[in-house]
Design a protein around this ligand. Structure first.
Ligand code: PSU
Ligand code: MN
Length: 305
């Protein structure tokens, strides 16, 4: 499998010397945000991780390789190329074999991270069980990935475009710990609360690292969700965003949007309907997750000595 991986010098050096590394996804760049905010976000987030004592490894697929770390021009390519595919677990064989360019989702990035030996991954929000999922069976591959791939995902919870109650039930069934970072309430991406509880509240990077270390020393497979609420100053009003989400869901239904197109459609609609306010919040919470993830990666690395 190593034949499918390539590394930037910075990431290779960090992995060889057991320095803390934080994985980042490319779907958020190619399908989650418009240009040029996506490339600005991607570069700033990498720098935030360096400033917090870890090395960023943005993961994507190009030329038949899973790239662990991207150069600036490769990041630009993911930010601007309109034919970038969205890659979850089921897409790997085809995208690699065909040499196409593929942006990895949470699921896809966890796969790349695990192959490279990276245990910590920062993103915005995870996918989940969609509203009316009991009819459509639309359940993100992110959830089954968390059940089998050993990477901790630092996120701001999940967007309430999803059915958060069923998402949490599914994670419980699959044995995935959902940790609240300095919170007891599962955050709903734009807002700090959802009304649903987390499994465990932890308040320091060292506590999170100890739980990660224990889970994997026990030989349990699978990852963890570390839910880190959006900073207070950037949070949006819950009721306002709920109205926007209902409108976006209605338009998705009217347009017959299905499969992997659902989430990017809803993200773009929410952005349009909030006149960019949601994008600003989205960027702020990703940056916050990057900083916390770097601290957790450093604390986890210290447990491995
Ligand atoms: N949620 C967001 N922004 C995103 C995504 C989710 O707030 O960019 C992306 C992530 O890459 C996630 C994917 O893994 O969407 C989930 O897609 P789906 O629902 O098709 O599984
Ligand atoms: Mn889906």
């Amino acid at each position: 499998m190593k034949e499918f991986l390539t590394y930037t010098e910075e990431v290779r050096h960090a992995l060889e010397n057991n320095l803390p590394v934080v994985a980042l996804e490319t779907t958020i760049i190619s399908h989650g945000m418009p240009y040029p905010q996506n490339i600005e976000m991607a570069k700033e987030v990498e720098q935030i991780i360096r400033d917090n004592g870890a090395v960023p490894a943005t993961i994507g697929i190009m030329d038949g390789k899973i790239k662990i770390g991207l150069s600036e021009s490769e990041l630009e390519e993911f930010a601007t190329n309109q034919s970038v595919e969205k890659v979850s677990r089921r897409d790997f064989p085809y995208i690699l074999a065909s040499g196409k360019i593929g942006a990895t989702t949470v699921s896809g990035t966890m796969i790349g991270a695990q192959l490279a030996g990276i245990r910590v991954f920062a993103t915005g929000g995870i996918g989940g069980v969609h509203r009316e999922g009991e009819i459509t069976w639309d359940v993100s591959a992110d959830l089954t990935e968390l059940a089998q791939t050993g990477v901790a995902v630092i996120c701001a919870g999940a967007k309430s475009i999803l059915d958060l109650g069923r998402t949490l039930e599914y994670l419980e069934t699959q044995g995935v710990p959902v940790v609240g970072y300095k919170t007891s309430d599962f955050p709903s991406f734009f807002a700090r609360e959802s009304g649903f509880g987390v499994d465990f509240r932890l308040d320091t990077p060292e506590e999170v690292a100890a739980v990660m270390d224990t889970k994997w020393k026990l030989g349990q497979k699978g990852g963890m969700v570390i839910a880190n609420p959006v900073p207070e100053a950037d949070a949006l009003d819950h009721n306002e965003i709920e109205a926007v989400i209902l409108q976006a869901l209605k338009e998705a239904k009217e347009n017959g949007i299905a499969g992997k197109k659902v989430t990017p459609f809803l993200l773009a609609k929410v952005k349009q309907l909030t006149e960019g306010k949601s994008l600003k919040t989205n960027i702020a919470l990703v940056k916050h997750n990057a900083a916390v993830a770097a601290q957790i990666a450093a604390a986890y690395q210290a447990t491995q000595k």
